[in-house]
Design a protein around this ligand. Structure first.
Ligand code: GLV
Length: 322
């Protein structure tokens, strides 16, 4: 069968370049909606698709994969792929791909922005001015935490963790990291990294930034015990995945002043953000947008389309996950 008779389901709105690219070679069933398809409709439309360009809000679990009749590829428009049951796809001979690299710096930029916003109270300051509260310069008005020359602890020294470390180095920070695997010595030297056990990182870091994928081992990596080890002045930044943090334990730690603040782009049950988190002035929240620069989101869209088409054309995709 040639590629031209094949159908690719694009499950949700992407940048138009991706659709144009796919349309040159295959029939595109484009669900050009903002919200994502309801699960049953998603499966109905995916059932006879040869390829699926999916997004992280699509739950592609084993039952879903069992319902696919022709799929050869699931191309996720994201670097993370915890929304896909990869072993189930592999067992059915379905390739899974992701969109690494293009979003590395963009995501680290945003993680650093959250870090800075939480440390220097940018959102509180913005509100303060908007609300007409500004009367005069005051010695202790909206005082926050220094970033420069402080210690950052990075969980996960992969691509985005490294990009975060480069930014931290620019702020003359001491950089601790923990990872299942130690980084090469050349990288440690280049970035001035100190490989430490998680307990040391938690106890010594002024800022803790999470850059691990969501795996059984990293679920609730930051739990009540981890929060207990952190300094009362510590700020937690999460641009990885919500369930890496035990959200209830985080809320309690923040409410009790056991840590100083948080910058959160991801949540356990998106798009639900607990009211108790929103009530805390020292928590900066964003709606899962760390990779959301125009250029990067466009490139992610096209990359996923290219990965899908490569598999359908019998080639190896550039970004295989399995
Ligand atoms: C976004 O969260 C991604 O994984 O790309």
């Amino acid at each position: 069968m040639t590629v031209h008779t094949m159908k690719v389901l694009v499950t949700k709105k992407v940048y138009p370049e991706a659709i144009d690219f796919l349309k040159q070679s295959v029939t595109v069933d484009y669900a050009a909606n903002e919200e994502g398809l309801p699960p049953q409709e998603l499966l109905d439309r995916a059932r006879d698709a040869d390829g699926i360009v999916s997004q992280l809000t699509d739950r592609i679990d084993a039952a879903f994969i069992a319902g696919l009749e022709r799929a050869k590829v699931i191309a996720n428009v994201a670097v993370g792929y915890d929304n896909i049951d990869v072993p189930a796809a592999t067992a059915r001979g379905i390739r899974v791909t992701n969109t690494p690299d293009v979003l590395t710096d963009t995501t680290a930029d945003f993680a650093f922005a959250l870090l800075m916003a939480a440390a220097r109270r940018v959102i509180e300051a913005h509100r303060f001015v908007h609300e007409g509260q500004w009367r005069t310069w005051r010695i202790d008005l909206l005082v926050g935490h220094d970033i420069h020359h402080r210690t950052i602890g990075i969980f996960g020294m992969g691509r985005i963790g490294q990009a975060m470390a480069r930014r931290a180095a620019g702020f003359s920070m001491r950089i601790l990291y923990s990872d299942a695997r130690r980084a090469p010595g050349s990288l440690e030297n280049e970035l001035g990294l100190e490989f430490v056990p998680p307990e040391t990182l938690l106890a010594e870091a002024d800022f803790i930034s999470l850059h691990v994928p969501l795996l059984p081992d990293t679920r609730h990596l930051i739990d009540a015990a981890a929060l207990q080890r952190m300094k009362p002045s510590a700020i937690l930044v999460n641009t990885a995945r919500g369930p890496v943090v035990d959200e209830q334990a985080l809320i309690e730690a923040l409410e009790q002043g056991r840590i100083a603040g948080a910058g959160l782009d991801v949540f356990e049950e998106e798009p639900r953000v607990p009211d108790r988190l929103l009530a805390l002035p020292n928590v900066v929240v964003a709606p899962h947008i760390a990779s959301a620069s125009i250029a990067t989101r466009r490139r992610m869209s096209v990359m996923a389309a290219e990965n899908a088409l490569a598999v359908l054309a019998g080639r190896d995709p550039d970004n295989p996950v399995n």
